[in-house]
Design a protein around this ligand. Sequence first.
Ligand code: THU
Length: 132
Amino acid sequence: MDDTLYEEAVKVRENAYSPYSNFKVGAVLLSKSGIIFTGCNVENSSYGLTSCAERNAIFSAVTAGEQEFSKLVVVGDTEDVTVPCGACLQVMAEFFDAETEILLANTAGLKKTYKFSELLPVSFNLGDDRNV
Ligand code: THU
């Protein structure tokens, strides 16, 4: 399963629109119901409007009605594995559990598995029932 998801992430990475950074990222998200969602980074000439691969995958899944996830795969052309940015981790905190599996990889095939709480042990939240 991990290999299939990784190959999907490698494939969707090719769709990245990244003329400014020349850095392509692919993300694959598996919902608890077994559906696969994909995302790639989409940049903009107004740089701050860039949307990361991970967030695009999550927003695509939520748009389709899925809010519970068992696994995320991220791949980029880094020497070590590609690690999600802080903004994406905060978005993940909205939907992921501490135990949600995150497979980080690079295009050379290096893969490292984390649980979400290892990547973001604590995060912003309102701390009361406005969160529910
Ligand atoms: N990027 C992602 O898509 N995901 C990450 O986890 C880190 C960064 C994108 C944003 C930008 O298009 C490019 O990679 C370089 O920062």
